[in-house]
Design a protein around this ligand. Structure first.
Ligand SMILES: [Zn+2]
Length: 80
């Protein structure tokens, strides 16, 4: 288990959890968004760095918004 803190009193900032990508206001060390469910199962070693998390989010968003499966496969290959 890792400790996450609810950084929001107003419902912001909402970011995608670094593991399950559900929206959360909980953050690990004020650096990485991580929901309570994943935090309860993750160990410190499982946490990505902030740079890794941002890179994964960027790739996931590009795949999510692309409508064509072929396009997302090509984009994925290009980015990896
Ligand atoms: Zn999660």
């Amino acid at each position: 288990m890792v400790e996450v803190i609810n950084e929001s009193k107003t419902g912001e900032p909402i970011e995608n959890c670094c593991f399950c990508r559900r929206e959360t206001t909980f953050w690990y060390q004020k650096q990485i968004a991580c929901c309570k469910d994943c935090a309860s199962r993750a160990n410190k070693e499982d946490m990505p760095t902030k740079a890794q998390w941002i890179r994964r989010e960027r790739i996931a968003q590009i795949i999510f918004v692309s409508e064509s499966i072929n396009f997302s496969v090509k984009t994925k290959e290009y980015l990896l």
